[in-house]
Ligand binder design. Structure first.
Ligand code: NDP
Length: 315
């Protein structure tokens, strides 16, 4: 049978490109889990995806109710769950003030980490029950949260500190909108959320890989300087960033190529290893990359897991 892959945020950028790449193989049915139904439908059509290769289902990761609703809808669809790709993200590099999810969490960490945390916890059982030979939970990471790289050292750097802001619920009423309890910084909040994504993948691996055989992996697909992720950046940045990445850092990768990379992590038989973080070299070959000390800190991963469980109502 065809595999079923759920991809969050498949209405643009990397998620859309991966959905298209998987659909084109004829071996996958893609569930596009998106907050804007119409946008997703238009995106799938203009990408040329065959009608029977995808289903769009509503999911707003900035609302825990919506996440639960999505899970119910998915279960009711009767489809098996073979692969879940946590791809959606918001990035607010120029925001002066924090904005918040429906549940009152700072938006970047609330969407990118907490929404996906609840989603993947609630869907783990479904994945476990599937009879697909290679089940995978993929969480899209980023080099920017990884301070053992050049890009990860551009300030403001990711730093989760002692997690006091997360423990306080990520809002200024109780403590702070930032995980480390510091002043709000939109670019840092995004990087922090990506560290949480990479730590969550490793914690899943430690807790569930042996018993379930599910592959838990993360990846950095390269700098896709043309996606909507940078939509909130100042115009000059948006103008100069793609050529800068193309000619200076040479880290630039097209949406199509990045989509193929993510599709490889979903379905390639050589990328089944669990607990790893994939990257690609200049020749576009995948390799198992190293994470920074903070992004591979097992004790921090456990604490984030436990605090996140409380915030999303699982504990
Ligand atoms: P895009 O902005 O193009 O895609 C992000 C997607 O997330 C969009 O489809 C967006 O939906 C969706 N989304 C945002 N908020 C929510 C929400 N509350 N509920 C549901 N969906 C939501 O950016 P990219 O394709 O670049 O980003 C995809 C992933 O790749 C992210 O995890 C990002 O961190 C990662 N990444 C990107 C890099 C890059 O250079 N671009 C580099 C490294 C990692 P909508 O279409 O409705 O806005």
């Amino acid at each position: 049978r065809k595999g079923t892959a759920v991809i969050t945020g498949a209405s643009s950028g990397l998620g859309l490109a991966a959905a298209k790449a998987l659909a084109e193989t004829g071996k996958w049915h893609v569930i596009m889990a998106c907050r804007d139904f119409l946008k997703a439908e238009k995106a799938a059509k203009s990408a040329g995806m065959a009608k029977e290769s995808y289903t769009i289902m509503h999911l707003d990761l900035a609302s825990l109710d919506s996440v639960r609703q999505f899970v119910d809808n998915f279960k009711q669809s009767g489809r098996p769950l073979d692969v879940l790709v946590c791809n959606a993200a918001v990035y607010q590099p120029t925001a002066k003030q924090p904005s918040f999810t429906a549940d009152g969490f700072e938006l970047s960490v609330g969407t990118n980490h907490l929404g996906h945390f609840l989603l993947s916890r609630l869907l783990l059982d479904d994945m476990n029950q599937s009879d697909y030979p290679s089940k995978r939970l993929i969480i899209v990471g980023s080099i920017t949260g990884n301070t053992n790289t050049l890009a990860g050292n551009v300030p403001p750097k990711a730093n989760l500190g002692d997690l006091r802001g997360l423990a306080g619920g990520l809002n200024e009423l109780n403590s702070s909108a930032m995980i480390d309890g510091g002043d709000f910084d939109g670019a840092k909040a995004y990087k922090d959320s990506k560290v949480c994504n990479m730590l969550t993948m490793q914690e899943f691996h430690r807790r569930y890989h042996e018993d379930t055989g599910i592959t838990f992996a993360s990846l950095y697909p390269g700098c896709i300087a043309t996606t909507g992720l940078f939509r909130e950046h100042i115009p000059l940045f948006r103008l100069l960033f793609p050529p800068f990445q193309k000619y200076i850092t040479k880290g630039f990768v097209s949406e199509e190529e990045a989509g193929k990379r993510l599709a490889q992590v979903v379905s390639d038989s050589s990328l089944t290893k669990s607990g790893v973080y994939w990257s690609w070299n200049k020749a576009s070959a995948s390799f198992e990359n190293q994470l920074s000390p903070e992004a591979s800190d097992a004790e921090k991963a456990r604490k984030i897991w436990e605090l996140s469980e409380k915030l999303v109502g699982l504990a």
